[in-house]
Design a protein around this ligand. Structure first.
Ligand code: HEC
Ligand code: HEC
Length: 235
């Protein structure tokens, strides 16, 4: 695996992504759903109600996830990334049976509900103590993160809305590690092929170190002073 060559290709992909979301090589239907959802006016209060009724049983009342069941924390996650994931799940572009079942329910299957849910989740206080790793491969993880990941996910793991790049902060070790492995094995179909190849080039200990390093990153992903009265953090 020529990691360096893949890396050069990835840098090009990241540059294209930041220019326009349409540069993303995703199926048209997902693009349409994302565009529609982003244009709707979100209702945070309705999002909160929908969350309690349809999501809290697995993701937790405070959206802090469940590390033992590999369920991600959603609190404070970037809105554009959350929307893309919901669209990917709904169109079966990301493998996850639980989420396919959830989004097949009529009450949460439409862009307006996704707009409401994601605006609500984006404003929820991130969890302060995610599950971390053992610390064994921490320095390897830190070095690898700075070299290979920070250019897209940012030095402090906050991600980027324009490129649909997730925040990797405030997330559980077990989930981060599992997603790295799953991404490397192609369980998400609507992602750059180069990214999948690249993640597949990481060693097992390196992945553990990366997940451990990331699970210790905390804090809001953007300036909270930009929060509106209704709790929605605009972009
Ligand atoms: C039956 C349990 C269950 C319920 C209910 C559920 N989820 Fe999930 N959700 C999961 C699991 C498990 C995953 C991880 C999937 C994977 O392994 O890729 C997940 C992943 C996600 C992700 C991807 C997060 C990321 O960081 O990539 C989002 C977004 C999400 N869920 C939103 C929701 C929303 C919104 C609802 C309510 C409408 C909901 N979920 C209800 C189990 C559930
Ligand atoms: C070219 C930009 C780029 C680079 C480099 C990159 N990523 Fe990502 N990463 C992304 C994007 C975009 C996604 C979202 C994929 C999707 O839409 O499902 C992602 C998703 C992830 C996820 C899933 C998060 C979740 O909540 O489910 C993890 C974990 C992750 N990346 C870790 C890493 C690590 C660790 C590295 C370095 C070894 C890395 N990434 C390098 C762009 C990048």
């Amino acid at each position: 695996m020529h990691r360096h060559a893949t890396w050069i290709a990835l840098c090009g992909a990241a540059a294209a992504l930041s220019v326009s979301a349409t540069a993303w090589a995703s199926p048209e239907r997902v693009d349409e759903l994302i565009k529609t959802t982003l244009q709707l006016d979100p209702n945070v209060e309705r999002g909160s109600k929908l969350y309690r009724a349809h999501c809290a049983s697995c993701h937790g009342t405070d959206a802090s996830g469940n590390p033992d069941k590999l369920i991600p924390a959603l609190a404070g996650q970037r809105r554009s990334y959350l929307i893309k994931q919901l669209a990917d799940f709904a169109e079966l572009e990301r493998a996850a049976t639980e989420m396919h079942t959830v989004l097949a329910q009529k009450e949460v299957s439409e862009p307006q509900e996704w707009a409401d849910l994601t605006a609500y989740l984006n404003g929820v206080q991130p969890l302060s103590k995610p599950q971390t790793g053992t610390g064994e491969w921490l320095s390897l993880g830190e070095a690898s993160y700075r070299q290979w990941c920070a250019s897209c996910h940012a030095e402090d793991g906050r991600g980027d809305d324009d490129g649909f790049v997730p925040s990797l902060r405030n997330q559980h070790y077990s989930y981060l590690l599992r997603q790295m492995r799953e991404l490397a094995h192609g369980h998400r179909f609507n992602v750059e092929a180069d990214l999948v190849l690249f993640l597949d080039s990481l060693g097992a200990d390196e992945m553990k170190g990366l997940a451990d390093y990331l699970s210790r990153m905390h804090g809001p992903i953007r300036d909270r002073t930009r929060m509106r009265d209704d709790g929605y953090v605009g972009d």
